[in-house]
Ligand binder design. Structure first.
Ligand code: PEP
Length: 250
């Protein structure tokens, strides 16, 4: 049985006081962790304060990116060592916005996945096709190759603990959601790619989220699907009420 995981991705939104206010309001209302994993992936600047604010509760704090090196001359970057040191638990890797605007490659995502596990961080690895790729019938080949590249040379235990977020790029922040059936079909292909790379038993354990305009009105149907074990949510994770409703569906 795979435990649902709902992760908010705040991107470059909120001030520090707004972020703290959100965590203060949400932390006592989060469902018990044995029912659903509740995560908020916040701007890096806020992470130490939010980890402290959420301490001892069932709300976990994640980062939205990190470098794969433990330290070094990489101006502006944040290392896995630094995230682990302040007790961040999750890190989003390979979000399509980072792939598109910051040239993040499959190879870098794989290095980051290895680095995450080396520092006890759970990676939320994003994959997904563009509209052009979908229309050209390339969805499965694109997503499968991204998944296989991301988990290359990870151990079975690590892949079982990883979270993969299937996020069709055309559905992110656009209000267009994949139908539950379409999302489930591609999430099933993600599981199939994991099985091909490392084995069916491991693939049954890996949690696969859907992301792309998930909101309280559609989250229940998406989560009822066989291969969808949670959601990675941008816009609808920014408001307390809406985030709590997403968690209720978990
Ligand atoms: C995201 O940021 O990963 C995302 C899916 O955004 P939204 O929910 O706003 O589409």
């Amino acid at each position: 049985m795979r435990k649902p995981i709902i992760a908010g991705n705040w991107k470059m939104y909120k001030t520090l006081s707004e972020a703290v206010d959100f965590v203060e309001q949400v932390k006592s209302q989060v469902p018990a962790n044995d029912k659903v994993e509740a995560v908020v992936c916040a701007p890096a600047l806020f992470l130490p304060t939010l980890v402290e604010a959420a301490k001892g509760t069932d709300l976990a704090i994640g980062a939205q990116n990190m470098h794969f090196e433990t330290e070094g001359a990489f101006t502006g970057e944040i290392s896995p060592t630094q995230l682990a040191d302040i007790h961040v638990q999750y890190v989003v890797l390979g979000h399509s916005e980072r792939r598109e605007y910051f040239n993040e490659t499959d190879e870098a995502v794989n290095k980051k996945a290895h680095a995450a596990f080396a520092h006890n961080l759970v990676p939320i690895i994003c994959v997904g096709e563009t509209l052009e790729e979908r229309e050209a019938g390339q969805t499965v080949s694109k997503v499968s190759s991204q998944v296989k590249a991301a988990i290359k040379d990870l151990s079975s235990e690590q892949v079982a603990q990883a979270v993969i977020a299937y996020e069709p790029i055309w559905a992110i922040g656009t209000g267009k959601t994949a139908t539950a059936a379409d999302a489930n079909e591609v999430c099933g292909e993600v599981r199939h790619a994991i099985a091909e790379e490392i084995g069916a038993e491991v693939a049954e354990k890996t949690r696969i989220q859907y992301g792309g305009s998930v909101k309280p009105a559609n989250v229940e149907e998406l989560l009822s699907m066989e291969h969808i074990d949670g959601a990675l949510v941008g816009g609808a994770s920014l408001e307390v009420d809406s985030y709590l409703k997403l968690l209720e569906a978990g």
